[in-house]
Write a protein that binds this ligand. Structure first.
Ligand code: ATP
Length: 300
């Protein structure tokens, strides 16, 4: 096989509950991931060494050296297989960079699936999940897709059944937000308030809304503990969220660590209208309609 193509989705967190800061610097999370139809494509071609090229909208913001998560994933896979392998990875980037939609993790997951195939390793999904967990807490979900609850640092996953398709609009912001700086701001705000931080709990009403496919109930129960921190760092996101609500979004939240804003729509037509309203009113410079859940990293 000389070339393999894998498609990998972005994610939105429909619940992101952040526990107290642990001694190791991490937080325990209850993280409900939902894979949506904004895809990066990772092509792996036969080569002597492991390289990456990034094309598409945000390619200039993505490192092409060893800092690229797709390269790190390919190297980790080769190490796991105990051999030296090469692959030229070409990423077509559609997922916003540093946008809170796990674009880097998606590319890592894509590289794992593509190189497993290109190199004829035939490793089972469980092995890829284990390597993914070592690469980053969002990488296993990018492999899995669908809807799933992550606990621990987010990497211990349990799949969740959903009762239908949900329609979303994502308002993309200029420039990214670093996940680490948003967590740091969250810790700072919590320390300043002095309030005790509760242990994160899965929201049963949200689970029920996902299970029954009830978009109205899901919209009412979307939550993100990082939102206040992201809004503090990017105050201009607050009017974007308000504008989506005014145009009938069933729920409006910052996606993960932001700055992408996620709006839940009634159906596909409403999502298209909402995306148009957000851009024509200037509330967002780019708004993309998408749906979920979709499959994780998939060979095409
Ligand atoms: P998350 O939602 O998982 O917190 P994010 O969507 O906010 O992540 P990413 O798009 O994954 O953020 O990018 C975070 C940083 O990782 C970028 O600023 C970039 O420098 C680096 N990076 C490394 N490899 C990649 C990649 N393949 N694609 C995107 N960013 C990458």
């Amino acid at each position: 096989m000389s070339s393999v193509t894998v498609r990998v989705p972005a994610k939105v967190n429909v619940q992101l509950s952040v526990g107290p800061l642990r001694e190791d610097g991490y937080h325990d999370l209850v993280n409900v991931f939902h894979a949506v139809s904004i895809f990066d494509e990772v092509v792996a071609k036969e080569s002597e060494s492991i390289t990456v090229q990034v094309n598409g909208k945000w390619s200039d913001q993505v490192p092409t050296d060893d800092g690229n998560l797709a390269i790190r994933a390919a190297r980790a896979l080769a190490k796991h297989a105990g051999r030296t392998y090469g692959a030229d990875l070409v990423i077509q980037k559609e997922i916003p960079v540093a946008g809170g939609m796990a674009g880097g993790s998606a590319d890592a997951a894509g590289a794992l699936v593509a190189c497993n195939e290109l190199w004829g390793l035939g490793l089972p999904f469980e092995d890829l999940m284990e390597i993914a967990g070592d690469l980053g807490s969002d990488v296993p979900f990018s492999l899995l897709g669908g809807t799933a609850v992550g606990t621990g640092r987010g990497e211990q996953l349990c799949e969740l059944p959903t009762g239908g398709t949900f329609h979303w609009v994502f308002a993309l912001a200029d420039g990214g937000l670093s996940t680490a700086s948003v967590y740091a701001e969250c810790d700072r705000l919590r320390a300043a308030s002095g309030a005790e931080v509760p242990w994160p709990q899965l929201n049963d009403s949200l689970m029920e809304a996902l299970g029954t496919g009830d978009a109205y109930a899901l919209g009412a129960h979307l939550s993100n503990d990082l939102q206040a921190a992201a809004l503090n760092l990017r105050p201009e996101l607050a009017p974007t969220l308000d504008s989506g609500r005014q145009h009938g979004a069933l729920g409006a939240i910052v996606s993960g660590s932001g700055p992408t804003c996620a709006f839940l729509a009634i159906d596909a037509t409403h999502a298209r209208d909402l995306a148009l309203s957000l851009t024509t009113t200037g509330a967002a410079h780019t708004a993309v309609a998408a749906h979920g859940p979709v499959q994780g990293a998939t060979l095409v």
